[in-house]
Write a protein that binds this ligand. Structure first.
Ligand SMILES: NC(=O)c1ccc[n+]([C@@H]2O[C@H](COP(=O)([O-])OP(=O)(O)OC[C@H]3O[C@@H](n4cnc5c(N)ncnc54)[C@H](O)[C@@H]3O)[C@@H](O)[C@H]2O)c1
Length: 313
C-alpha cells in the first residue's frame, strides 16, 4: 500500500522552464518548496532565470511580495539541464512543448528515473493523460494540472485524472495546488481540452466567424468582449450570470434555441438532461429569496471595478 501524504512532498521539479514553467515554479517556491527547473540548454535556462527575476521585481514593485519574500522565493528556485537530477523530486510538473510524442517520451523517461513514490503531472493545454502517460508504469501516480498564463498570477488550475490515477494521488495533487495558493478546479472526466480551453475555443471559433463574415472589425469585437462579459466575469461565470439575469424564469417562448436551450434534433441524452434541468425553472446557485442580496453584492463590486477600470465613465 502506497501511503504518501501531502506532507511527504518536500521538493518539486518543473520540466520545461518556458512561459508556463517559470511561473509554475514561482508558485511552488513562493509557498516554501525547494523547486528545481529543468530545461534543455544554458540558453533556455538563462531565459527562464531572467523571467523569474523579472516577475519577482514586478511582484515587489506592486507590493505583492516584499523584497525579503522575493529573495526567499528566488533562493528556493534552482535550474539544471540534467534530467536525472530533476527526477529526484517528490512532485514533478511537466511543462514542455505541447507535442504528444515529446511528452510521452519524457513521461516514460521520468517513470524510469524518478523514485517510485514521485507523482508526475502534465501542464498540457488539452492532451489527455491516457495518451501522454501511455506505457508508464506508475499509472496511479500521474495526473494533469492545467495552469493559465501567467501561471504565477492567474489563480485557477484545472486538476484532472488519467485513467489509472488513484484517488489518493488526485487528492494530493488537489491539496498541493491549494497549498501553493492556487484555486484548483476539479475536472471529473478525461476530455481533450478539459473545461476552460474548450469554452475559450468555442468563444474563439465564434469570434473568428463573426470577423470573417465582416459583422464587425477585430477591434470592435475585442472592445465588446472587454467592456461587457469580460468586465463581469471576475464576479460571475455563465451559470451565475444566467441566474442573476433571471433566465431560469423566462417564459418558454423567449428561450431562443440558439441561446440557452439546445433544441436541435436529434434529441440525445445530453439534450434531454439539459432540457429537464431548464424545465425545473430554478437558478443554479442562488435561491430566489437571496436574489436582492446577490444583486446588491454584484452591483457594488461592479461599481468598484468601474471606478478602477473606467474612471471617466
Ligand atoms: N503558453 C500558454 O499560455 C499555456 C497555457 C496553459 C498550458 N500551456 C501548456 O504548457 C506547456 C508549455 O508551454 P509553454 O507556453 O510554457 O511553452 P514554451 O515553449 O514557452 O516552454 C517550453 C519549455 O520547455 C523546454 N523543453 C522543450 N522540450 C523539452 C524537453 N524534452 N525537456 C525539457 N525541456 C524541454 C523548452 O526549451 C522551453 O523552455 C505546453 O504543454 C502548453 O500547451 C501553455
Amino acid at each position: 500500500m502506497w501511503d504518501m501524504n501531502l506532507e511527504d512532498i518536500k521538493k518539486v521539479s518543473v520540466i520545461g522552464g518556458g512561459i508556463m514553467g517559470f511561473g509554475i515554479a514561482i508558485n511552488f517556491a513562493r509557498n516554501g518548496y525547494p523547486t528545481l527547473i529543468h530545461d534543455l540548454n544554458d540558453e533556455t535556462v538563462a531565459r527562464s532565470k531572467h523571467w523569474v527575476q523579472s516577475a519577482m521585481a514586478l511582484f515587489v514593485e506592486e507590493g505583492l511580495l516584499n523584497q525579503a519574500e522575493a529573495d526567499d522565493t528566488m533562493s528556493r528556485i534552482s535550474w539544471t539541464t540534467d534530467l536525472s537530477e530533476a527526477a529526484q523530486s517528490d512532485f514533478i510538473t511537466e511543462a514542455i512543448v505541447e507535442r504528444l510524442q515529446d511528452k510521452q517520451a519524457l513521461f516514460k523517461t521520468l517513470d524510469k528515473l524518478c523514485p517510485p513514490q514521485t507523482i508526475i503531472v502534465s501542464n498540457t493545454s488539452g492532451l489527455v493523460m491516457s495518451k501522454i502517460g501511455a506505457g508508464v508504469q506508475r499509472q496511479d501516480k500521474v495526473g494533469v494540472t492545467h495552469y493559465f498564463a501567467p501561471p504565477h498570477i492567474v489563480p485557477g488550475v484545472e486538476v484532472a485524472k488519467g485513467p489509472g490515477t488513484s484517488d489518493q494521488t488526485y487528492q494530493i495533487i488537489y491539496d498541493l495546488m491549494k497549498k501553493a495558493k492556487k484555486v484548483p478546479i476539479k475536472v471529473l472526466k478525461e476530455k481533450p481540452g478539459y473545461l476552460i480551453n474548450r469554452i475559450q475555443n468555442a468563444m474563439g471559433a465564434e469570434v473568428n466567424r463573426l470577423w470573417i463574415e465582416g459583422v464587425a472589425t477585430a477591434e470592435e469585437i475585442e472592445l465588446g468582449m472587454k467592456t461587457t462579459f469580460g468586465f463581469r466575469m471576475p464576479h460571475e461565470g455563465t451559470f451565475g450570470h444566467y441566474d442573476l439575469a433571471g433566465v431560469w424564469r423566462w417564459p418558454d417562448d423567449v428561450m431562443t434555441p440558439w441561446r440557452f436551450r439546445p433544441d436541435a434534433e436529434p434529441v440525445d441524452e445530453g439534450t434531454k438532461k439539459y432540457r429537464a434541468r431548464m424545465e425545473e425553472k430554478k437558478p443554479w446557485f442562488f435561491k430566489p429569496e437571496q436574489f436582492d442580496e446577490a444583486m446588491e453584492k454584484r452591483d457594488r463590486e461592479y461599481v468598484r471595478r468601474l471606478k478602477v477600470l473606467y474612471p471617466d465613465l
